[in-house]
Design a protein around this ligand. Structure first.
Ligand code: 5GP
Length: 226
């Protein structure tokens, strides 16, 4: 009775460094094979165990800047002294393939996407408390003390942008946060404006088509035109 839009949903998951975005996202992907996570590009040096082309595409500053100049990035930002960004091409490919695409990115980049694609789904992940955030950042032992403090201070500024997102999840417990994220995505996919056609018993008995089509026209994502 319902024909849904072929193009996938663009999901932006943000939150301070240490809020657990990657862990929650990985958990959701385990149960949802139709979600594709974009692989970002960064000028940060790989941490122990991080593989090029899996965790990130690790490039030099010069190479990153060349990609910006050549308009290869859908969004990019400087965070804690390094460049981070989303390569444009693969996002479009996966969306057009009907997959839901998730970008796990910091706030400046998310706000660039919001300007370009306001109908994407914007979700903010909060730590249960600032004390807990500091503990997680310190205990994961991936940055120097100064870098941890820099990330912690940035977190306050980032949380100030919370109201620009559609949903907020407190990451108190991974499974609970992941099931909330999953529920939000599921609900979003049931939105009337994601439906191409609604009909009764046969496609000839269409209802709710013109209005929906009109909405759809404004909602097809073409990142190459942004
Ligand atoms: P980390 O160095 O801890 O891997 O990442 C630092 C921050 O950059 C995190 O908040 C992470 O989500 C964010 N980040 C990762 N990839 C991207 C990206 O493609 N674009 C933007 N704007 N931020 C990103």
């Amino acid at each position: 009775m319902i024909k849904t839009k072929k193009q996938g949903l663009l999901i932006v998951l943000s939150g301070p460094s240490g809020s657990g975005k990657n862990t929650v996202c990985d958990e959701v992907k385990k149960n949802n094979s139709n979600i594709w996570e974009s692989i970002s590009m960064t000028s940060r040096k790989p941490r122990k165990g991080e593989e090029d082309g899996k965790a990130y595409y690790f490039v030099s500053e010069e190479e990153f800047e060349k990609n910006i100049k050549n308009e290869k990035m859908l969004e990019w930002a400087k965070f804690a002294g390094n460049y981070y960004g989303t390569p444009r091409e693969s996002v479009q490919k996966h969306l057009d393939n009907g997959e839901d695409v998730i970008l796990v990115i910091e706030i400046q980049g998310a706000l660039q996407i919001k300007k370009k694609i306001p109908h994407a789904l914007f979700i903010f992940l909060l730590p249960p408390s600032m004390r807990e955030l500091k503990r997680r950042l310190t205990e994961r032992n991936t940055e120097s003390k100064e870098k941890v403090m820099e990330r912690f201070e940035t977190a306050y500024k980032e949380i100030n942008e919370l109201s620009k997102y559609n949903y907020v999840i407190v990451n108190d417990e991974i499974n609970d946060a992941a099931s909330k994220l999953e529920a939000i995505i599921k609900a979003e996919k049931c939105r009337v404006d994601r439906i191409e056609e609604v009909f009764l018993d046969s496609p000839e008995e269409k209802i709710h088509e013109t209005l929906v089509d009109k909405n759809l026209e404004n909602k097809i994502v073409d990142v190459n035109k942004l």
